[in-house]
Design a protein around this ligand. Structure first.
Ligand SMILES: Nc1ncnc2c1ncn2[C@@H]1O[C@H](COP(=O)(O)OP(=O)(O)OP(=O)(O)O)[C@@H](O)[C@H]1O
Length: 313
């Protein structure tokens, strides 16, 4: 599989502080990758090194086998960064035409207008008069002006209302269907889960996890079996016995009541299901489940906090 980007042992040090720490990964052609991580994890710094806007302190970044600073590379990439800066004195359609003129094979103006979803009234507005959401839509269209092969979106849906968000992800799906390679950062985990084939989870300048959304969720969270137990009377003994028996099953890490349901956390849901029947536990409405991406994320941050406390105590 062809790699559009190769990041090898890249670090970035700002004023003696390592904010990206020996990071390596490749981006295959046609993939859609979400870059996730808490504030300050190094996501934007990695993206800006990939775009050639910052130089790595160590390591190498190659896009299409070359430095991202090469003009022939720049022509093949499009980026929508967090601050969409526009030339204020120009009207929206003039900005679009100007940016198209930078590229040898630009996208047609009609396509760009369709992508941005601008009305003729909006096209004739001066760019500085656009709302925050409209500026983002313009930024999206400008990122596509050169009909690029590789697209970067840094927190693309911040400030967009729900319909605009939906429209944005529909366009991303279309671009992915056309075979474009897409890398985006976001704080909206559901968006990453829905839109990306792969998640690169950053924490403290390092890659904490790399895989499909399902792989990351199953690696970082546990499976569970939950049910409602209908005991006769108020006898607490069967409850205690059930907890004891469940916790004794290999792979089970917890058995507790949550919001009226018993939840057994386990590596293997089959053995728990078998035990429910074997022990004659009066279970109904049995559900098996897997943690979600936000559970995985929360777990990672909780571990961090525990590490910090351990160091400071
Ligand atoms: N120009 C700079 N000079 C000094 N430190 C910087 C600079 N740019 C970023 N940093 C620091 O590098 C670290 C990583 O920042 P970065 O913006 O890459 O994180 P991020 O994961 O994108 O965060 P967020 O989710 O908040 O956007 C932070 O601690 C930030 O303060």
């Amino acid at each position: 599989m062809e790699h559009i980007a190769e990041i090898e042992h890249v670090s970035k040090i700002f004023a003696g502080k390592t904010v990206v720490d020996d990071v390596s990964f490749v981006i295959p052609r046609g993939s859609v990758t979400a870059v996730l991580g808490p504030n300050g994890a190094g996501k934007t710094t990695v993206l800006s090194m990939m775009l050639g806007l910052r130089d790595p302190s160590q390591g190498s970044v190659k896009l299409f086998g070359q430095s991202p600073k090469q003009v022939q590379v720049k022509r093949r990439i499009g980026a929508m960064l967090q601050d969409v800066s526009v030339i204020d004195s120009l009207k929206v359609y003039e900005v679009m035409n100007m940016v198209r003129s930078y590229y040898p094979n630009p996208l047609g103006m009609v396509d760009m207008i369709h992508i941005a979803g601008f009305t003729s009234e909006e096209l004739n507005k001066r760019a500085e008069k656009l709302s925050g959401g409209q500026k983002r839509r313009l930024g999206f269209a400008l990122a596509l002006a050169g009909d690029p092969d590789f697209l970067f979106f840094d927190e693309p849906t911040v400030g967009l209302d729900a319909p605009a968000r939906r429209a944005f992800w529909q366009q991303v799906d279309r671009l992915a269907d056309q075979g474009k390679t897409i890398l985006f950062s976001t704080h909206y985990l559901q968006e990453a889960e829905d839109a990306a084939h792969r998640i690169l989870l950053f924490n403290k300048g390092k890659i904490a996890a790399d895989g499909t959304p399902d792989e990351i969720v199953s690696r970082l969270t546990s499976r569970s079996v939950s049910f409602i137990a209908d005991w006769d009377g108020n006898d607490t003994y069967p409850v205690l016995e059930m907890i004891h028996r469940m916790r004794a099953i290999p792979g089970v890490s917890d058995c507790k009541e949550q919001e009226g349901r018993w939840v057994v956390t386990t590596d293997n849901t089959d053995t728990v299901l078998a035990a429910l029947f074997r022990y004659g536990i009066p279970a109904r409405d049995i559900r098996t489940g897997q943690g979600r991406l936000d559970d995985a994320f929360e777990l990672m941050l909780t571990h961090d906090e525990q590490d910090k406390e351990a160091v400071s105590s």
